[in-house]
Design a protein around this ligand. Sequence first.
Ligand code: ADP
Ligand code: MG
Length: 158
Amino acid sequence: MIYTIETNNENETLALAQKLGELVQARDVILLEGDLGAGKTTFTKGLALGLGIEQVVKSPTYTIIREYTKGRLPLYHMDVYRLEEAGSDEMGLEEYFYGDGVSVVEWSKFIADELPPHYLLVQIDKTGYYLQNRLFTIESFGDRYEKLLEGWKTTNEN
Ligand code: ADP
Ligand code: MG
């Protein structure tokens, strides 16, 4: 299933992602694609709010991964941009994907070989006259994510 929705500012993106954060379960995998400045980290901040995480969520660009353990579920926030050249074979990312938390991955295309078979893929594109808005194109892969996307879509429409 594919679902598209647009946001007009940062707060709308936070609210959109927060609703997803309220629906996710352990071992869910959310992949975020989009250029620098598209809103991947902003989206992750909103998702963290939905998990009840009160710690400040910072971009993990230089650390590759940051873990937040004080919410309803652990959040594993990865930015694998720097693994494009280094490779991810020895990173042990499976431990996170198949762990007890929710994995959110920025630039997942750089670790395509390491990804689990099922996930929710969120593509973020700048849109609008001043490229102020963001178009979210969200695709589910696998039954779990079809259900998750269906539920998220419903909460956005109500
Ligand atoms: P990325 O992680 O994809 O590089 P960030 O989330 O770090 O992107 O940055 C997104 C930037 O775009 C922020 O400065 C944010 O304020 C701005 N922005 C403007 N409009 C939006 C919107 N509709 N949704 C999300 N971010 C937006
Ligand atoms: Mg980022």
